[in-house]
Design a protein around this ligand. Structure first.
Ligand code: SF4
Ligand code: FE
Length: 485
């Protein structure tokens, strides 16, 4: 079954991992898949499946696999051309527009492609057999249309110390036992986007490592049903509103995102699922590849979410009767300009892609890092403009229950009305949507996720000089100024 529907995807999660260990509010969840705080995140992922069946979008949502020879979901694709990279950015914008949140599936494609390359490089250097292993794992993902979320970010403890120097050795995930048939690992990975919505986790190192850290230099895949995997569900602002019923106060009733802290409590991994073991020389390469590759994607998804925010601000201006005011029009124009700048960076990084020795395509890393740094700076500006246009009711609105109240509902209906022809409820819904995008977990906290997702701004500032060939720029200046040395 190469292309699942959203419904089949949800079914497959339940079949492959019927009893995940998930804790929320200090208790083990009985039925996590149906919990109202979890369901919206699952809906967002399910849309990535359903859209692949939509003739209008199948061009972006599907691709031809060189591994299976079949049509696959683009989230399960090993990029074969620049065009594949460009379509990915466009697909991410589309999904950002349709969900107004993080749709969580992207590390399958981004992580898959960097591991495809990295395992090839490790094999070239050390004569290992990781690439074929990873290829057969990824082929299974394609054949069954499955999700493998990347687990990179360790909890890190004292940031000034290397993995092997930490007071508690488990603060970076590491191998605790080597067996005849595999390895046993322990540690924890933080900010695991959509982890509970994944069929597999793919672990990789998060930073540069020396020989003393070799037990930490490990990459592997594990089914989410593996014994010893524990999710502790992340809280997001206003998340319990999803448990109140109703459809107004969450701002985005259908879709949301999810992060868990994923604990690996002595998880066994058979050798056939191991893709790096003690080759510490490649730890920095792998984390650098993922960061720079994934940063291009933000030019798609965050532009799509920005589109919704811009639309919400413009609509609210209409509802408030100020759409024609010169300052409002100017702010909307500014928001559009900023959003298209992000998209331009993401597309440019994809269009400048190149074929790797492994045969797949990588985007331009300088432009990807500039893209993500701009996302960190610019979404904040877009958000501020949206809040400026919206006004203070974004944070002072009464609840949906008050609107439905037989006693006070009539007052809210009367006093919170904007222009005459627009129902008060529509106006309220847009305030809540803006609140959700700016402060809720619904967009992965649009602003916070834009800062720290795919690596914090300092990570991009480290990569930009490395990728930008400053000495070439200096020689240009010398040449133009007539300096001969
Ligand atoms: Fe995908 Fe964007 Fe979410 Fe990253 S932040 S997983 S690129 S939607
Ligand atoms: Fe992210």
């Amino acid at each position: 079954m190469a292309l699942k529907t959203g419904k089949e995807y949800v079914q497959s999660l339940r079949e492959m991992n019927p009893h995940p260990t998930v804790y929320l509010f200090g208790e083990k969840m009985e039925n996590p898949y149906d919990h109202p705080m979890v369901k919206p995140s699952q809906n967002a992922v399910a849309l990535t499946y359903d859209l692949a069946h939509d003739p209008l979008h199948e061009d972006l949502m599907t691709a031809h696999s060189h591994l299976t020879g079949q049509k696959v979901n683009r989230f399960c694709h090993i990029y074969q051309s620049r065009d594949d990279l460009v379509r990915k950015v466009k697909m991410f914008r589309l999904l950002g527009q349709m969900t107004a949140t993080c749709f969580q599936r992207c590390t399958t494609s981004d992580g898959g492609n960097i591991m495809y390359l990295a395992t090839y490089e490790v094999d070239q250097k050390f004569g290992t057999k990781y690439h074929e292993r990873f290829k057969s794992f990824f082929k299974r993902l394609q054949e069954n249309d499955l999700i493998a979320g990347i687990a990179m970010t360790d909890v890190k403890g004292d940031r000034s110390l290397k993995p092997s120097e930490q007071a508690d050795p488990d603060l970076y995930l590491h191998v605790v036992e080597e067996k005849k048939d595999g390895i046993v690992v322990r540690g924890a990975k933080a900010h695991q986007t959509g982890a509970l919505n994944c069929h597999y986790t793919v672990v990789m190192p998060t930073r540069a490592m020396g020989p003393e850290d070799k037990d930490y230099a490990v990459a592997f895949s594990a089914p989410m049903s593996s014994p010893g995997l524990i999710h502790i569900y992340g809280r997001q602002f206003s998340d319990t509103r999803k448990m109140e019923g109703g459809s107004v106060d969450t701002g985005n009733p259908l879709y949301g995102m999810q992060e868990t802290l994923l604990i690996f409590d002595n998880v066994f991994v058979p050798w056939e699922n191991v893709y790096l073991y003690k080759e510490h020389e490649f730890a920095e390469r792998i984390s650098g590849l993922l960061g720079s590759h994934h940063r291009c994607s933000y030019g798609g998804c965050k532009t799509g979410v920005s589109d919704v925010l811009i639309g919400a601000a413009a609509l609210l201006a209409q509802y408030n009767g100020v759409a024609k005011a010169a300052h409002v029009r100017s702010k909307i124009t500014e928001m559009i300009t900023l959003a298209e700048t992000l998209y331009g960076c993401g597309l440019a990084s994809a269009y400048e892609g190149y074929a790797t020795p492994a045969g797949n395509y990588m985007n331009n890393f300088l432009l990807a890092n500039v893209c993500k740094l701009n996302v960190a700076r610019i979404t904040n500006q877009i958000g501020q403009l949206a809040l400026d246009i919206a006004g203070g009711l974004v944070t002072t609105l009464p609840s949906e229950k008050d609107f439905r109240s037989p006693e006070v509902g009539k007052y809210l209906e009367k006093y919170l009305k904007g222009v005459k022809d627009v129902p008060t409820e529509n106006r309220i819904r847009i305030f809540r949507l803006i609140e959700n995008l700016m402060f809720g977990g619904g967009a992965g906290g649009y602003v916070v996720e834009s800062i720290h997702g795919a690596g914090s701004p300092e990570a991009q500032k480290t990569m930009i000089p490395r990728e930008s060939n400053l000495s070439h720029k200096i020689s240009l200046a010398k040449c133009i100024a007539g300096i001969k040395e």
